[in-house]
Design a protein around this ligand. Structure first.
Ligand SMILES: Cc1cc2nc3c(=O)[nH]c(=O)nc-3n(C[C@H](O)[C@H](O)[C@H](O)COP(=O)(O)OP(=O)(O)OC[C@H]3O[C@@H](n4cnc5c(N)ncnc54)[C@H](O)[C@@H]3O)c2cc1C
Length: 343
């Protein structure tokens, strides 16, 4: 995700000052760049994530998001000796805590602790939560009004995805020549077939011929595979929380447009909706968009308050806020501006 070029200036313009202490819960596509941006601007930032793998990457000064350079993480993490001390402390905590861990992203704050409630984060000017309504309710239940909590609990999640990662011994043998040079291909057949596939999901069914999105990053990024081999991933939509095995239907659909595809497969890893949620708690029921995007939830996402909550120092900034899912960062940008403008 690219943080908008103007954001540093804009954040200052709406009232960021370097004495501010900001906590960011969840270091995903929104939370991580937001933490780095605030830290770069001089604020004291504590970033936290429930995923020990992500925390480990950060503690090693490495980025797990393609658009964010490891140098930017290192720059924040090696700013002074206190940070080094805190890194070591955070690493010890990661090893011990396994599931819950803190990561330090900027100069000043040097704590690390298991966090299960925002009550445990006193003294911050504000807290930005890169989580969906379900986790916000868990993290902040004592701080949110009953009315707002009720609204959050009515938030609806969208369809899930059933995803497969592939190691291939050659590029996907698409029939259509144009697809041989495409990193991403949406496989649907005719418009009517695509409509039928998505309609089935909306009715809680599993499409016989699902629309499949296939990406083959190794075509353009040689670091993804070596020796002429390739990597690819594919997903199709299924109802939220589905346990249905879509593997053969998904691969039949790829075979249909790329005969011989199955012969290219060296290995595959299947991600059911439940496994996706296990990997990232924000993917509730396997929904990768942070919640259903119908008209109501597009305009009032997750509630009419949008980024604000009933607690003045707690904000939500994930893809469960406008403009919704996608690697664009605008949810965090607007949440940050609102939080700063209310200081
Ligand atoms: C397979 C797949 C393909 C996708 N393809 C595209 C695409 O092609 N284009 C596109 O624009 N978008 C795509 N997306 C969607 C995009 O990745 C999401 O919209 C984006 O990640 C949302 O960002 P986020 O920061 O809101 O949530 P996330 O990136 O999911 O980050 C949330 C973070 O919060 C952490 N967290 C959750 N609960 C807690 C808690 N209680 N305490 C602390 N931390 C917590 C999680 O560990 C995670 O690190 C795809 C997603 C997936 C999974």
């Amino acid at each position: 995700m690219r943080v908008p070029a103007c954001s540093r200036t804009c954040l200052w313009r709406v009232g960021l000052n370097t004495d501010m202490k900001i906590a960011i819960v969840g270091l995903g596509y929104v939370g991580l760049p937001l933490s780095l941006q605030f830290a770069k601007s001089g604020a004291q930032v504590l970033g936290l994530d429930i995923d020990p793998a992500k925390v480990n990457w950060l503690n090693r000064g490495r980025s797990y998001i393609k658009h964010i350079r490891s140098e930017d993480i290192l720059a924040q993490r090696t700013a002074d000796a206190a940070v080094k001390e805190a890194q070591e402390e955070a690493q010890r905590t990661v090893a011990a805590a396994q599931e819950h861990a803190d990561v330090l992203l900027s100069e000043a704050e040097a704590t690390s602790r298991r966090m299960v409630s925002l009550e445990e984060l006193p003294g911050y000017d504000f807290i930005l939560c890169d989580v969906t309504p379900r986790q916000l309710l868990q993290l902040a239940k004592e701080r949110l009004s009953p009315g707002y909590s009720r609204q959050l609990s009515k938030y609806r999640y969208g369809p899930a995805v059933f995803k497969v990662d592939y190691a291939l011994d050659r590029p996907i043998p698409w029939k259509a020549r144009e697809c041989l040079r495409a990193v991403t291909v949406h496989l649907g057949g005719s418009f009517d077939e695509i409509a039928a596939s998505e309609k089935a999901v909306s009715l809680g069914q599993h499409a016989e011929r699902p629309m499949v999105l296939v990406a083959q990053p190794s075509l353009f990024d040689p670091t993804r595979a070596s020796g002429g081999r390739h990597t690819a991933w594919a997903y199709c939509h299924v109802p939220n929380g589905s346990e249905f095995d879509m593997l053969s239907r998904l691969e039949d659909q790829i075979e249909r447009f790329a005969p011989g595809f199955r012969d290219c497969i060296l290995a595959r890893r299947v991600f059911s909706p439940a496994l996706l949620e296990k990997m990232d708690a924000n993917l509730v029921g396997g929904d990768i968009g942070g919640g259903a995007s119908d008209l109501r939830q597009f305009l009032f996402r997750p509630t009419w308050r949008r980024y604000a909550t009933s607690a003045r120092d707690i904000y939500i900034c994930s893809s469960s806020t406008p403009p919704g899912g996608g690697v664009h960062g605008m949810c965090g940008y607007h949440a940050a501006r609102l939080a700063l403008s209310r200081q």
